[in-house]
Design a protein around this ligand. Structure first.
Ligand code: ATP
Ligand code: MG
Length: 685
């Protein structure tokens, strides 16, 4: 194959704009385009094209929002190049650097962190560990005991994190985002100062630090130059969801924009609550005046009627790049909008349709149910389990965030980094007779001894822990010796921890199975540190998820929060709980900006569907006791589906009939949600 033919082959299947972007030269490049227009596909082809041009894959850095996305994209690059090489893969042993900002930061800091004074063996705190450490400091400073209520640890963490990621000072952050905490400015300053000192003493980095230190590494003259010299090309997907710190990292990596490609859709920016800023994408041309901007307008994902509905929803946004998306996938039905009597009816109606689609030949894995908040799927999960319909859930509480897995990991983390106060305290308070105070004192001993376990061995434990204490010290010594393989280490921890698990939890059997799985799967990791990093940075949702790509013959439905569905697509998509209070969430209706972000979130959900889209709104709600005096409440259809948007849907009402089976009727004219409710009530009253 000639060079020209080879290039053509790599780019085959792309439209002219996509080709232009994929084969763009060295200057800074921004691809800004709506959902489903092939932004990610173009980025994949660009990586392949660059390698085809002779760029060393190890000098290419691909930044994505999740590890899954990076893996999937690089597999596609592999396939394109393999096709070219007549079956043999070119990139398999010379890997592109691919991953999330946080994962890449970790890799680079392990390599170069020493030059900015960072201990090589640092451990990483996930969000809840960070909150725990902040809480320790908060208690020590006596802030938890003040007369007026000091902000909770989660709020303190959000304030801190926003300052760091948005690179803003405390006072304006409080004023704008946390006005109810403004009185506490001085105390918060003291708290954050002490928190920073604590992290330093414990040699831990939290999520925000990873970015902060990466940025500082690049700002360092010598180390920065070495990191810059490693990469020729830097490519970023989902750029709309990066924050100012990430933009700064990119600017330091590619100061003139040479070799930089970013891809995104301002209409899908949904991480403002975590300080992501759509300004990054809007200001890219200002920051890099030489930038080429490519727009993509053909949507390849959705049928025309689905695209029309999604476009109408985002058409209500106040501020955005105007985009005219079109699809030549004509045909297909209007999306469905089903008003349900209540949540049970919604569950019934969704499951019925999913099974119907399966009968029509659409596997479960090509169907997804999306929702705003993780707990919105609880009833559906119970019903699916009851009917033996397999499913996978993404988003929400992750498997490694469960208490028992965290306990297990704490042993490994303590062995890895004896100064890690949070991990250490977690382990210590598992023993009878040891509380937070004693555990802090014991951790202090470890810090003073430079990590040696000697002072622990000579410590006299309270009577209740007399037999466990020497066994714990012995276990930790064994782990720190690191002579056993990782599965053996985990096995040893389990042997110590299982009796505690039996005591501590009501339903120990499934938890114990989880730990067994962790032991089995641990052999996939190079070493303990690799496993801890991977599980902390991109926690899997379930043990199945940890087991790697599912077998081809395994079929399961996908349940996902809308946030975790970003960038993905399915043949059939069900968006449930489309009522005010859920979307927009009543947690996020503080400001017009927050409402606008919720609107974009609904747009992200609707634009995941290829051929079939169904939105459901349960009108009557069951509230958990205690939250409301009345156990039931009535909901309104989401404000983001006003009558002119609803015209693009086929509207139905659904109710549970006398025999318990679901029934449905089409609404012929567009009605207000009140009228639908009235009509629905008429059906059974
Ligand atoms: P999102 O905004 O949701 O991240 P995106 O712009 O990244 O979407 P992709 O996921 O890359 O879009 O592509 C959407 C779908 O369109 C995919 O199934 C992809 O394979 C397909 N596609 C992209 N470009 C083309 C093309 N030129 N011809 C045919 N199909 C295409
Ligand atoms: Mg994409």
């Amino acid at each position: 194959m000639s060079q020209l033919e080879a290039e053509d082959d790599i780019l085959s299947g792309l439209n002219p704009q996509q080709r232009e972007a994929a084969s763009h030269g060295e200057g800074p490049l921004l691809i800004v385009a709506g959902a489903g227009t092939g932004k990610t596909a173009t980025l994949v082809h660009r990586v392949a094209w660059l390698i085809g041009q002779g760029i060393d894959p190890r000098r290419i850095l691909l930044l994505t929002f999740t590890r899954r996305a990076a893996g999937e994209m690089l597999r596609r690059v592999d396939r394109i190049l393999a096709r070219q090489a007549g079956g043999g893969s070119l990139v398999r042993d010379a890997r592109v650097w691919g991953g999330t900002f946080h994962a890449i930061a970790t890799r680079l800091l392990r390599l170069y962190g020493k030059s900015i004074g960072l201990a090589a063996g640092f451990t990483i705190h996930d969000r809840s560990d960070s909150e725990d450490l902040l809480n320790v400091v908060r208690t020590e400073l006596g802030l938890a005991k003040t007369d007026k209520r000091f902000p909770k640890k989660g709020t303190c963490m959000s304030i801190y994190s926003r300052c760091v990621n948005a690179r803003q000072r405390l006072a304006p952050v409080l004023k704008r985002h946390f006005p109810w905490c403004e009185d506490w400015e001085d105390e918060l300053k003291r708290l954050f100062d002490a928190y920073l000192d604590r992290k330093e003493a414990a040699a831990v980095l939290d999520y925000d630090d990873l970015l902060l230190y990466w940025d500082a590494l690049l700002a360092d003259e010598e180390a920065g130059e070495r990191v810059r010299a490693r990469f020729d090309c830097v490519l970023v997907d989902e750029y709309q969801d990066t924050n100012s710190l990430q933009a700064s990292i990119l600017a330091r990596l590619c100061p003139t924009g040479r070799g930089l490609t970013v891809v995104g859709d301002d209409a899908q920016s949904i991480y403002g609550f975590r300080a992501a800023t759509v300004r990054n994408i809007l200001d890219f041309p200002k920051q890099y005046p030489a930038a080429t901007i490519v727009h993509l307008e053909q949507n390849y994902r959705s049928t025309q009627p689905i695209l029309a509905a999604a476009n109408a929803v985002i058409g209500q946004a106040r501020e955005r790049y105007q985009k005219q998306l079109w699809s030549d996938r004509s045909g297909g039905d209007k999306p469905l909008l089903v008003t349900c009597e209540n949540e049970q009816d919604q569950t019934e109606s969704v499951i019925r349709r999913i099974l119907q689609r399966r009968e029509e030949g659409i596997d479960l894995r090509r169907q997804a149910v999306l929702f705003r908040a993780s707990h919105h799927s609880i009833m559906l999960e119970a019903e699916l389990t009851g009917r033996n319909i397999p499913f996978h859930k993404y988003g929400g509480l992750k498997f490694v965030e469960t208490a028992h897995v965290k306990d297990l990991m704490a042993f490994l983390r303590l062995a890895e980094n004896p100064r890690d106060l949070v991990a250490g305290s977690r382990v210590l308070v598992l023993l009878p007779g040891i509380g937070p105070k004693r555990s802090r004192a014991l951790m202090q001993l470890l810090v003073e001894s430079g990590g040696s376990l000697e002072p622990w061995r000579s410590w006299t434990p309270p009577l209740a822990a007399a037999s466990e204490w020497p066994r714990l010290v012995e276990l930790l010594e064994e782990l720190r010796g690191g002579e056993q393989g990782l599965p053996a280490q985990i096995h040893a921890v389990r042997a110590f921890y299982e009796p505690i698990l039996l005591e501590k939890y009501d339903n120990p059997a499934p938890r114990s199975r989880d730990l067994e799985q962790v032991e089995q799967l641990s052999s996939r990791y190079a070493d303990r540190q690799a496993m801890l990093v991977e599980l902390t940075l991109d926690p899997p949702s379930s043990t199945q998820d940890l087991a790697g790509p599912p077998q081809l013959d395994e079929d399961y439905l996908v349940l996902s929060t809308i946030h975790s569905a970003k960038g993905l697509e399915w043949d059939s998509v069900f968006v449930i709980h489309a009522v005010d209070g859920n979307i927009p969430s009543d947690m996020a209706t503080g400001s017009p900006e927050e409402i606008e972000e919720e609107l974009r979130l609904l747009y992200v959900a609707l634009s995941r569907a290829e051929n079939f889209l169904c939105v459901t709104c349960p009108l009557s709600y069951y509230y958990s006791p205690g939250r409301w005096s009345d156990a039931h409440g009535f909901a309104q259809m989401t404000r983001f589906l006003p009558p002119h948007v609803r015209k693009l849907f086929r509207e139905c009402v659904s109710w549970i009939g006398g025999d318990g089976a679901g029934e449905e009727a089409e609404i012929v004219t567009g009605l207000s949600s009140e009228a639908i409710r009235r009509q629905t009530k008429d059906l059974w009253s």
